[in-house]
Ligand binder design. Structure first.
Ligand code: MN
Length: 187
């Protein structure tokens, strides 16, 4: 059984970029609901003692497990989202060199993330991932999909479901993403 992760900051720590009110819904209601649904679906099944990553890999592209796949993916993605805060402050020399190799500058990486988030139609996520041979790329996934099943190691993500920003930004997704990437991810 899974528990809702503890946030690594106070619920007002991200304001005004992400308000305490948004955290109250996004974390305490939406994220909690995904955890609860996964627990309900795995109870008494072959999945009940597996890690989240294992559940995601075993249910991927299997129509009979789609509800579990979607909800497990969303738990993983939201855990990753809250832990992505402050990403830029944790970039070490090795990663900084890789970013410059693949994007030339941090500003270019930041802009690529913003562009992909604005461009994504509907609900989903934008990620910085590391692929085979350490190749970095920015990609978008739809709904509850994660890059894990595509063979990538995720480094950070941005939630671009409307529930992530609607209370604070209404339809202004670009304003949310720009503020989130610049002021909270600190790229
Ligand atoms: Mn979300």
């Amino acid at each position: 059984m899974f528990e809702l992760m503890k946030l690594p900051f106070k619920d007002n720590a991200l304001a005004p970029v992400v308000s305490a009110e948004t955290i109250g819904f996004h974390y305490a209601k939406h994220h909690q609901a995904y955890v609860d649904k996964v627990n309900e679906l795995i109870a008494g099944t072959e999945f009940q003692d597996m890690s989240l990553e294992e559940i995601i890999e075993r249910t991927y592209d299997k129509p009979e497990y789609q509800v579990l796949y979607n909800n497990a993916g969303q738990v993983f993605n939201h855990n990753f989202y809250w832990n992505s805060i402050g990403f830029g402050e944790r970039i070490d020399a090795d990663l900084d060199a890789k970013i410059k190799e693949h994007f030339e500058t941090r500003e270019a990486l930041r802009q690529k993330i913003i562009d992909e988030a604005v461009k994504l139609f509907g609900s989903g996520w934008v990620w910085l991932v590391e692929g085979v041979g350490g190749k970095l790329s920015v990609l978008a996934t739809r709904n509850g999909d994660t890059p894990l099943v595509l063979g990538f190691k995720p480094l950070l993500n941005v939630d671009v479901w409307e529930h992530a920003y609607y209370l604070d930004y209404q339809n202004r997704r670009k304003d949310y993403v720009e503020a989130f990437v610049t002021q909270l991810l600190k790229i």
